[in-house]
Ligand binder design. Structure first.
Ligand code: GAR
Length: 205
């Protein structure tokens, strides 16, 4: 499945997806990595893996919609069948989502619907929850609000800082995201409204 990935920063989830492809665990072809930020580590990781990259800096466009129109043109040119957001720190607009004729997936560092948006780990610590985690979901027109594909809990420890919690969640993300994408491309993810059935895990969907 021809897959594009958007990332804004470090790109450790991108790296996990690249590694899963290399080991044969993830039957996708990453046809391009795009970023809204110039010179970020995610772009370097893609280049090292021989994946074409493109930068779509919002400041280079007259308005946000023009940036998203360009993203869509790039994806159509590359015959993209699946888009993965991997630390892409922008909300894709409704028009983009409506016009994308491929599924869009995202990973978020909390157990949604708790703590959507930015600084999810800080939000979890500030709220005082004892358990957080990460969520892979299908992207809809809202903020981190689409149907949930996989989730995994991570305990919040009493001495946790934003960084230590983020790091422990990240380790789970690196396993969960490739697994969710694998299920998706194998046709095992069956959304019905908000509820997503995972076909190979009978009884858990
Ligand atoms: C990850 O924790 C990801 O879940 C989060 O940003 C980090 C990116 O790390 N994404 C969001 O918060 C999206 N709302 P990475 O660049 O090393 O993959």
């Amino acid at each position: 499945m021809r897959t594009a990935i958007l990332a804004s920063g470090r790109g450790s989830n991108l790296q996990a997806l690249i590694e899963a492809c290399k080991t044969g665990n993830l039957p996708i072809t990453i046809v391009g990595v795009g970023s809204d930020q110039l010179g970020v580590e995610a772009l370097k990781r893609a280049e090292e893996a021989g994946i074409p990259t493109r930068v779509f800096q919002v400041g280079d466009y007259p308005h946000r919609q023009a940036q998203e129109d360009d993203l869509l043109i790039w994806m159509r040119e590359n015959k993209v069948e699946l888009l993965l957001l991997a630390g892409y720190m922008r909300v894709l607009g409704s028009q983009f989502i409506r016009q994308a004729n491929f599924p869009v997936m995202n990973i978020h560092p909390s157990l949604l619907p708790a703590f959507p948006g930015l600084h999810a780990q800080r939000q979890a610590l500030d709220y005082g929850v004892k358990v957080s985690g990460c969520t892979v979901h299908i992207v809809d027109e809202g903020l981190d609000s689409g149907p949930i594909v996989l989730q995994e809990a991570v305990p919040v420890l009493s001495g946790d800082t934003e960084e230590s919690l983020a790091q422990r969640i990240l380790e789970v993300e690196h396993r969960l995201y490739p697994e969710a994408v694998r299920l998706m491309v194998l046709g095992k993810v069956k959304p019905t409204g908000r509820r997503v059935q995972i076909l190979q895990q009978e009884g858990l969907g």
